[in-house]
Design a protein around this ligand. Structure first.
Ligand code: SAM
Length: 235
């Protein structure tokens, strides 16, 4: 992967960045996302935020190599602290991290999102935490996508600022309201795999000398939740 050839996962994230956006990409690593968008004329300006010096140097190098230093600023900073009011950032992307970390990053400097209209989030795991954050912090999910690449399933959540976002129940938070409504073949395959994995864990747990009742109950609840959803979507 490089800035001219994004992975399908990152290309999908890129596809939700509005034309003319002022983008902050938090946890940018090589800055492939903002560089790709600047080269294609999608973003007006960008901030490439990184907390680790090595990846930050990679980002600086990539931006310099592509002569984009006037348009994209690399900043070594923790999470949203990479965003300054003078950047007038309106779109934030955070991709390739766990949902808990993404939620922490968004929560701990929430005031830095003041002018932000759109969040594009791609948690590797813990997606329901991210949906919970969005609906409790004035961001309405507007679409979701599910990309299967190199043996992993990646959920991409897109949310726009809105005063009274829809309050989702447990099932929507877990499966994703848009992903569930679409129930694409990728969605069905993901949850069939997750069902098989959970059933295997249950079997293992039940064969232990001392069977932990609480764990068994939670695995069984998870299995019946997935089965119910798969049955409902005709899988
Ligand atoms: N966003 C790129 C992508 O999706 O391909 C890179 C993902 S990489 C797996 C995660 C990056 O997030 C790492 O470079 C890591 O150093 C950075 N990161 C982790 N926590 C961070 C934080 N609190 N603030 C900024 N960057 C962070």
């Amino acid at each position: 992967m490089d800035a001219d050839h994004l992975s399908q996962r990152l290309a999908t994230v890129a596809s939700y960045v509005p034309q003319g956006a002022r983008l902050a990409d938090i946890g940018t690593d090589h800055a492939y996302l903002p560089v790709n968008l600047a080269k294609r004329g999608v973003i007006t300006s960008g901030v490439a935020g990184e907390v680790v010096p090595g990846p930050f140097k990679n980002a600086e190098h990539e931006i310099h190599k592509e002569n984009l230093s006037d348009q994209i600023t690399a900043r070594l900073a923790n999470g949203l602290q990479a965003i300054e009011p003078t950047d007038h950032i309106d779109t934030v992307a955070i991709a390739g991290m766990g949902g808990t970390l993404i939620t922490q990053i968004l929560t701990q400097d929430f005031d830095r999102l003041a002018g932000v209209q759109r969040l594009i989030l791609q948690p590797n795991v813990g997606e329901s935490n991210v949906r919970q954050f969005l609906m409790t912090h004035g961001f309405q999910l507007v679409t979701e996508n599910l990309v299967s690449e190199d043996g992993h399933d990646y959920e991409i959540l897109v949310a726009d600022r809105q005063e009274n976002p829809t309050q989702y129940g447990a099932e929507d938070l877990h499966f994703g309201p848009y992903l569930l409504a679409d129930h694409s073949p990728v969605f069905v395959a993901k949850w069939q795999r997750e069902l098989a994995r959970t059933e295997a864990v249950l079997q293992q747990v039940e064969s232990a000398n001392e069977v932990p009742a609480e764990k068994v109950a939670s695995l069984k609840a998870k299995i019946s939740e997935i089965k119910e959803v798969l049955q409902r979507v005709g899988a």
